[in-house]
Design a protein around this ligand. Structure first.
Ligand SMILES: [Zn+2]
Length: 288
């Protein structure tokens, strides 16, 4: 069941859970995500980064649309971290139901201006818009290549940003970083800041860089109002670690023999995240 982000997250807001946004850079991960969500009756966001789309080619969007249309799981097909209008137009043409415009590296006024432009393009087509204010940190191997520095989101500015842009959900910076954190780096979420932002901002809040934070912190962030959490590295790491073992131990060349074990490894992490986010058994709250 294909829906947009506004519909998806309004239910999460009402029933106090967060929907995972899994980056699916390949068809095997798409299948692992959909199979797990079906088994757990969990709604899902299929997140595709512009680099992932470039690698897969536009036909991948059709594969995701087919999967969504043929599933009873409420699905959003979402462009993750587009940073220019061309990315947005491409996602819109391909049938995505949600886009993220990330202009968080620009000054506030310019971030507002480009986000407003995207909202004007997307809303008449019933497509949702995620924006970002503040900057999420970056670690090695991160697709975003953002600066390593985290600029925390200011609650008052966040409220003003949402009012000016009419965006549908907002990614905030409260101390997470993209990627797997280096050894010895202890990420610390500013949970009080999250509560302050939640108190002032009317749209659902989004947490990026959710891999590697402690489960207790993530669960608490959901209790305090986070409704979408991006997960990429944790799933991909499990997938490729298992694939390395398969390639080391077996002489196989057929994809259908090569990938099932790594898809299983990915599914274990996908299941853990769904349960951590309290998103299991929630499809009953969505209308057909
Ligand atoms: Zn992100």
């Amino acid at each position: 069941m294909l829906i947009n982000m506004t519909e998806l997250l309004s239910v999460a807001e009402r029933f106090d859970f967060a929907v995972p946004a899994f980056n699916i850079g390949t068809g095997q991960l798409l299948k692992a995500v959909m199979d797990t969500c079906e088994a757990l009756n969990a709604p899902v966001i299929l997140a595709i980064h512009p680099e992932e789309l470039k690698f897969q080619g536009d036909a991948f969007a059709a594969q995701c649309l087919y999967a969504a249309h043929h599933s009873r799981v409420p699905c959003v097909i979402h462009m993750d971290h587009g940073d220019k209008i061309e990315d947005m137009l491409k996602a819109i043409r391909l049938g995505f139901t949600s886009v993220m415009i990330d202009a968080s590296h620009l000054p506030f006024e310019q971030n507002v201006a480009i986000t407003k432009q995207v909202v004007a393009l997307a809303h008449p087509l019933n497509i949702s818009v995620e924006a970002e204010l503040g900057t999420i940190g970056s670690t090695e191997g991160d697709m975003e290549k953002a600066s390593g520095e985290i600029i925390y989101t200011d609650p008052g500015m966040a409220a003003e940003f949402v009012r000016l842009t009419d965006c549908d959900c907002l990614a905030i910076a409260i101390g997470t970083a993209h990627g797997i954190y280096p050894k010895g780096f202890v990420p610390e979420l500013k949970l009080d800041l999250l509560s302050e932002i939640k108190g002032q901002v009317s749209v659902p809040l989004v947490l990026h860089g959710g891999s590697s934070n402690s489960d207790a912190e993530i669960a608490e962030s959901i209790r305090r109002g986070v409704r979408k959490i991006n997960i990429s590295s944790d799933v991909k790491d499990a997938y490729y670690q298992e694939l390395r073992l398969t390639l080391r131990d077996l002489v196989v060349r057929e994809p259908f023999a090569l990938y099932p074990a790594s898809m299983q490894a990915a599914k274990r992490i996908i299941k853990e995240k769904i349960e951590l986010f309290n998103a299991q058994d929630k499809i009953k709250h969505y209308k057909d």
